[in-house]
Design a protein around this ligand. Structure first.
Ligand SMILES: C[S@@+](CC[C@H](N)C(=O)[O-])C[C@H]1O[C@@H](n2cnc3c(N)ncnc32)[C@H](O)[C@@H]1O
Length: 198
């Protein structure tokens, strides 16, 4: 299982935004949609052994489970629409009981700390950061849980949590990439690990 926790700092925590203004009024939701696309979609298929946790405004977490996902398509507008559907269910997410949104999607009333602590039980937490150790020199961990930020740096509080939970801090290359590009590189790293030819 590969998991990605992605922090959306400016995304609204309500469904009150326009699908035609993802990069503006929706707080760069376009970035998170591209991350979801990069995490799941192949050219002719979907990676079933993947989960994505979008942390929205440090208040809610939208979980996508690849083995159960239905009606999700690679275009940003469709993904944003599913996210808006999820946020419309916010009153149904009570305590740590999620709201069921649609097949393979749930909404949790949990911010980053609670999500990280819960997901960390199932694998190895890896902070993806442009100042980390080079990916190519690291051994792929079992059941990696990659944590990325959106278009902002990690806040001091997030960095402290990661320092306490992450077993590794890796950089995928010498350049600072967009978060979705970083996800593509990590998939490729895991897809090709141990192969002489592919
Ligand atoms: C656009 S970057 C965030 C802003 C960035 N600090 C900057 O100065 O532009 C989005 C996220 O992608 C990940 N990222 C970007 N480049 C990376 C790299 N070379 N290695 C590992 N992670 C990277 C990090 O998680 C980062 O927070």
């Amino acid at each position: 299982m590969r998991q990605f926790i992605i922090l959306g700092h400016d995304v609204p925590v309500t469904d009150d935004f326009s699908l035609s203004d993802l990069a503006g009024g929706a707080g760069r939701l376009d970035v998170l949609c591209r991350c979801v696309g990069a995490a799941f979609f192949l050219s002719h298929g979907l990676r079933e052994d993947v989960r994505v946790h979008l942390v929205v405004g440090d208040a809610f977490t939208i979980r996508f489970n690849g083995s159960a996902l239905r009606r999700l398509y690679p275009d940003e507008r469709t993904i944003a629409s599913r996210i808006r559907d999820a946020l419309a269910q916010r009153d149904e997410a009570i305590g740590h009981m999620p709201a069921d949104v649609s097949a393979g999607m749930e909404l949790y009333r949990m911010g980053f700390e609670a999500t990280l602590e819960r997901v960390a039980r199932d694998g190895t937490v890896v902070e993806l950061h442009e100042a980390g150790e080079p990916l190519v020199e690291a051994e792929p961990p079992s059941d990696p849980i990659f944590v990325l930020s959106d278009h902002h740096d990690f806040t001091d509080e997030e960095a402290t949590l990661l320092a306490n939970h992450a077993e590794k801090r890796l950089r995928v290359g010498p350049e600072i990439l967009h978060a979705d590009q970083t996800i593509t590189v990590t998939h490729n790293w895991l897809d090709t690990a141990g192969y002489q030819q592919y």
